[in-house]
Design a protein around this ligand. Structure first.
Ligand SMILES: [Zn+2]
Length: 394
């Protein structure tokens, strides 16, 4: 693996007033990159997470992050689109944004649009025009010719200033970017004196810290934003924050902002929240305790001869398997996303199978990575006539 470069300057405010509080030595570099064979999956690239905390803006970031390892290819599969819960969430969000910002007949840019599902909602429902940027864009399925949407397989940059933007949205992207301060400053400069509204959605580290969503700590994320560090960043980069809210049961943060025109160079005033510092300090201890608890639970299942599967081959599931260890204890991973089925999880080489597989396997325990999906999983098991115990990983 070689020696890692540790970069301890805060990537969100450039302060050197930071300290390291957690070191996770061996995690897959790409949690969402699945493999064709178990052997390939076991040889997947691994690296480490070294978490730093910024005493000035309260940002949490991976000091060992190496962008050179982050090659997003078309194999990269992180769409949550197949979950009804997630679809409802995306629809409600699109609806709310159209309503709040009167998005009708407007020009919308989405940065990191993935397969374009969300942009299509905004354009279809509001009668808007859309341009989606994603360096890993691949055209899946038929394009609706009624919609005025262009997809560009590239990063959004100065080259594309000719595309109008009344509204820019960017979901689950900012946390992957090596220098979010530079990224937001560039975006602010590109907006210039226009009245563009920006909407960003990121995972919420407050949830990770308070509710111990420790399986959300993945290498792909350079940054772990809290409400305060996110607001600090936007203000520091010349935006005026309209609203910050939690969504997806507190797991995501949504920020809505407009360009600050009067005092674009004013840094956000900030009082460091002692509670945040306390949560960070407490986290390290509880992190390792949580892992031991689950290792013990899984050992108990094995000893009592109970058959367990894990539901959810997303980043939480992959992180869980890698941190808990023991390929033989949990045999399979179930996922409703057909693009993941038949593939193998990085680092542990678990085979991913469709829910129907459970009819034949008849598990005693289904470990559920994200408790928001518990109802839809229960319904599916009921329809198969299975009475497995559902065990959410809280
Ligand atoms: Zn900072």
């Amino acid at each position: 693996m070689g020696k890692k470069n540790i970069e301890s300057i805060c990537p969100s405010c450039k302060s050197s007033n930071t300290n390291i509080f957690l070191n996770i030595p061996k995690v897959p570099v790409h949690c969402n990159l699945l493999w064709e064979t178990s052997d390939d999956a076991l040889r997947a690239p691994m690296s480490e997470i070294i978490l730093g905390f910024c005493g000035d803006c309260e940002h949490i970031f991976n000091c060992a992050f190496d962008p050179a390892l982050m090659e997003y290819t078309q194999q990269y599969e992180n769409s949550l689109h197949f979950s009804p819960y997630f679809q409802d969430y995306a629809r409600e969000l699109a609806d709310r944004l159209i309503e709040t910002y009167d998005l009708h007949g407007k020009s919308i840019i989405e940065i990191g649009c993935g397969k374009g599902e969300f942009l299509k909602l905004l354009c279809e429902w509001g009668g808007n025009r859309g341009v989606g940027f994603d360096s890993s864009y691949e055209n899946v399925g038929e394009t609706d010719s009624d919609l005025e949407i262009t997809f560009i397989k590239d990063f959004y940059s100065d080259r594309y200033l000719n595309y109008r933007s009344d509204f820019i949205c960017c979901r689950q992207v900012l946390e992957h970017i090596q220098y979010p301060y530079d990224f937001m400053t560039d975006l602010r400069r590109m907006i210039g004196n226009k009245d563009t509204i920006v909407f960003f959605e990121v995972p919420n580290v407050d949830y990770t810290l308070k509710d111990l969503g420790i399986w959300d700590l993945i290498y792909e994320h350079r940054s772990f934003f809290s409400r305060s560090s996110l607001m600090y960043l936007f203000k520091a980069c010349g935006f005026s924050v309209r609203d910050v809210s939690e969504s997806y049961e507190g797991q995501f943060l949504c920020i809505e902002a407009v360009p600050e025109k009067l005092h674009p160079d004013t840094k956000g005033e900030h009082v460091c929240d002692m509670k945040m510092r306390h949560n960070v300090e407490k986290f390290t201890e509880t992190f390792w305790a949580r892992i031991e608890t689950w290792q013990e639970k899984v050992r108990m299942m094995e000893r009592s001869g109970q058959k367990a599967v894990l539901w959810g081959a997303g980043s939480k599931g992959v992180t869980f398997l890698n941190m808990i260890g023991g390929k033989d204890k949990i045999k399979y991973v179930i996922d409703i996303n057909p693009r993941k089925q038949g593939k193998y999880t990085p680092g542990t080489g678990h085979k991913i199978l469709p829910p129907e597989f459970l009819r034949e396997f008849r598990p005693d325990i289904v470990i559920i990575m994200n408790p928001v999906y518990i109802n839809e999983i229960q319904q599916m098991l009921d329809s198969y006539g299975l009475s497995a115990q559902l065990m959410p990983v809280l």
